[in-house]
Design a protein around this ligand. Structure first.
Ligand SMILES: NC(=O)c1ccc[n+]([C@@H]2O[C@H](COP(=O)([O-])OP(=O)(O)OC[C@H]3O[C@@H](n4cnc5c(N)ncnc54)[C@H](OP(=O)(O)O)[C@@H]3O)[C@@H](O)[C@H]2O)c1
Length: 238
């Protein structure tokens, strides 16, 4: 039986991935901090077992993941906080960078020694890293740094036969986006998001950006001259 480990499985995209992989017959290790929500998830399928730890704590992460041997690891846990009116609050930026960048890196530190040839790790970034968006200084920078880390590490892990995939969702309806107070174009459901991710990983894609039209528009904007890019990005999300 194939084994997938998923961080951020207590909510949103990660939770849907856990349910869908379990339904496909995978053994699922669902990770998060919220025990009640994880226990409720495990009650939904006997394929699902849980691990509770905070990805920002390296020692706890190492302890939790020391014996895990997975065919696929999806590092989905993340957070989002926006800056307001251009006020740079360093503690806010640090929180976002610690969870979204150092969190997955802590998981990689803990998981990689146990990953065998032929396995795959997916890092969940964001299409927000493609274009500088208003208020997304911390979030976008954390995901841009994660994207670089992923692309660079994939070169170094190739000789060991460990593949990396960078997942870049657009807007997905989850508790994370429920608090957003601005228009979110082309928003999709967690079910659709899980489908894009599972299909992309099954075909061994190194980059999975969706929904395709939204990702294409952002990629197109990202290659425009900076002056045009600034104009368009301002209009895309307020
Ligand atoms: N929703 C979107 O539109 C969207 C778009 C682009 C990218 N993404 C990315 O997709 C991923 C999932 O987002 P989502 O929308 O599904 O968010 P969500 O519903 O808020 O879920 C976030 C998950 O991350 C876990 N988590 C957060 N901090 C953690 C920590 N320190 N240690 C361990 N687990 C932690 C949470 O678990 P606990 O609460 O149990 O700790 C929860 O399971 C994130 O990386 C997000 O940046 C989302």
């Amino acid at each position: 039986m194939k084994h997938v480990l998923i961080t951020g499985a207590s909510s949103g995209i990660g939770k849907q991935l856990a349910l869908d992989y379990a339904a496909e017959g995978w053994k699922v290790t669902a990770c998060g901090r919220n025990v009640e929500r994880l226990e409720a998830l495990a009650a939904a399928s006997e394929q699902i077992s849980i691990l509770t730890f905070d990805i920002t704590n390296l020692e706890d992460t190492r302890q939790a993941l020391a014996w895990v041997q997975a065919d696929l690891a999806i590092l989905c846990a993340g957070t989002c906080e926006y800056l307001d009116n251009g006020v740079v609050e360093a503690d806010k930026v640090l929180r976002v960078m610690t969870t979204n960048l150092m969190g997955p890196i802590n998981c990689l530190d803990a998981l990689l020694p146990g990953m065998a040839t032929g396995t795959r790790i997916a890092l969940v970034g964001s299409t927000a890293s493609l274009v500088p968006l208003p208020r997304a200084e911390a979030y976008g920078a954390s995901k841009a740094a994660l994207a670089y880390f992923c692309r660079s590490l994939s070169l170094d892990l190739a000789p060991r036969g460990i593949a990396l995939s960078l997942v870049m969702p657009g807007f997905v309806k989850t508790p994370l986006t429920d608090s957003n107070d601005f228009p979110m174009p082309m928003m999709i459901t967690v079910e659709k998001s899980s489908e894009f991710i599972r299909k992309g990983l099954a075909r061994g894609a190194s980059e999975i950006a969706f929904p395709p039209l939204f990702a294409w528009v952002l990629r197109f904007i990202s290659v425009l001259p900076q002056s045009l890019l600034r104009l368009l990005a301002k209009r895309l999300v307020r």
